[in-house]
Design a protein around this ligand. Structure first.
Ligand SMILES: Cc1ncc(COP(=O)(O)O)c(C=O)c1O
Length: 415
């Protein structure tokens, strides 16, 4: 049996943090989201391969991969050597470095629809730029997105009702359900000559919900409609990128967007995002204004180049999908033996996993918390992530921990 972890150092640090940082921890890992209370650590001390250690010295197999950026394993030697070599020459500098050109060339060779590439820092930089380009190209203002689709924290992408967001921020955004070609067609008709772009991830991966693949003919039908109406197709590959297909996730689903956005896994954790597009949008891509203090940083560009080369050499997306299939099929059969249905939806390299129970989400939250405090770090609200560093040792240990955690939660909810 595994010992359950204690988090006294995390807790002490969190108390200090609350005095100087609003909320203690901003962003992704807000303690309010991580339920049940007391089952999650708050701060990591170090990370290596598929594992990290928290400030209390507890070790975890990481099934969140930094919410996506880690794909080759933390502290990957090839990536870190490339960053160091580049940074010794120049990192953030007055001028861009040659590695920017090399990285753009690599992406243009790698992704069939790409004739050019731009670089920024966050996924939201890329999705914002994609919309600017679409508006510049069409002279139209409106953007269609999917209900529950996430494209970053810029005002137009945030959920209405969140603090600081106004209805005007959403004035040009129309949301339609996922996998609904008829809804797309009717919005395109209703707003003829008003729609600049359709933005969507290649498959639907909302939070707190089972994820959904496209129906068999969905993307082909969408592509046809968008072309007919002159609407720019933006693929938000920020989360899926390089976990499904090296050539872009759209290739896996058999369609061709006009512009694609990348971030997360592109540089194995180093800060960079990319926007790629076809020649039809080259001129508009040159015309928009968007920049940032660190956008010429060459270290992350070297990291991206090394990451993509390693991923390509290893045929990593296919391997990661296979590892994910082993991990989650194993968990499903452990759950089934215990009489629990474990839903695994989306692609197995980044699936949404949910244990069904009459108590609802609380059972699943308790299960994720019990896994975490035994050394298998998983969250209940978000899709999980698998990396190339998740090998046989991680797979078998994750099954052991999952079984212990499940048994303990079943006992807790029965009592
Ligand atoms: C699909 C998708 N698009 C865009 C973003 C925004 O990326 P960032 O947080 O780097 O701005 C995210 C982040 O989670 C995402 O998952």
């Amino acid at each position: 049996m595994s010992q359950t972890y204690q988090y006294s150092h995390s807790q002490a640090l969190f108390e200090r943090a609350q005095k100087v940082i609003p909320n203690g921890i901003p962003g992704h890992f807000n303690p309010v989201v991580q339920k049940p209370e007391g089952t999650y650590p708050f701060y990591a001390q170090r990370a290596e391969g598929a594992r990290f250690w928290d400030v209390d010295g507890n070790e975890y197999i990481d099934m969140m991969c930094a919410y996506g950026p880690m794909i080759l394993g933390y502290n990957n030697p090839a990536v870190e050597a490339a960053v160091q070599a580049q940074s010794q020459q120049a990192d953030t500098c007055t001028l861009a470095s040659p590695v920017m050109v090399e990285l753009a060339e690599f992406l243009v060779d790698l992704i069939p629809m790409a004739d050019w590439a731009f670089f920024a820092k966050n996924g939201a930089d890329a999705t914002n730029m994609a919309v600017f380009i679409a508006r510049a190209a069409t002279g139209r203002r409106k953007v269609i997105g999917i209900e529950g689709g996430y494209h970053g924290s810029s005002p137009w992408m945030q959920a209405l009702g969140r603090a600081g967001i106004t209805p005007e921020d959403h004035a040009e955004i129309i949301r339609i359900p996922w996998n609904d070609v008829a809804a797309l067609e009717s919005v395109l008709l209703e707003h003829e000559n008003e729609i600049a772009a359709f933005i969507s991830s290649p498959y639907h991966h909302p939070v707190y919900q089972d994820n959904e693949m496209p129906s068999e003919t969905y993307w082909q039908a969408v592509e046809k409609l968008l072309r007919k109406r002159g609407v720019v197709s933006i693929c938000d590959d920020v989360r899926c990128g390089f976990r499904i297909d090296m050539r872009g996730s759209h290739e896996y689903f058999g369609y061709t967007p006009d512009i694609s956005c990348y971030c997360k896994a592109i540089a194995n954790g180093h800060p960079i995002s990319a926007l790629v597009g076809s020649d039809d949008f080259r001129q508009e891509a040159s015309s928009i204004f968007q920049t940032g203090s660190f956008w010429y940083s060459a270290g992350p560009m070297a990291a991206a180049l090394a990451t993509l080369q390693e991923l390509q050499r290893d045929n990593a997306p296919e391997k990661i999908i296979q590892s994910g299939s082993k991990i989650f099929a194993g968990m499903q059969s452990i759950a089934a033996e215990a009489g629990v249905t474990l839903q695994v939806t989306g692609i197995t390299s980044m699936p949404y996993v949910r244990a069904e129970h009459e108590a609802g989400i609380e059972f699943h939250q308790a299960l994720c918390g019990e896994c975490t405090r035994r050394g298998l770090f998983i969250t209940s609200h978000h899709n999980l992530f698998v990396s190339a560093a998740h090998g046989e040792a991680e797979i078998s240990r994750s099954h052991e921990i999952f079984k212990e955690a499940l048994d303990s939660v079943i006992a807790e909810f029965a009592g």
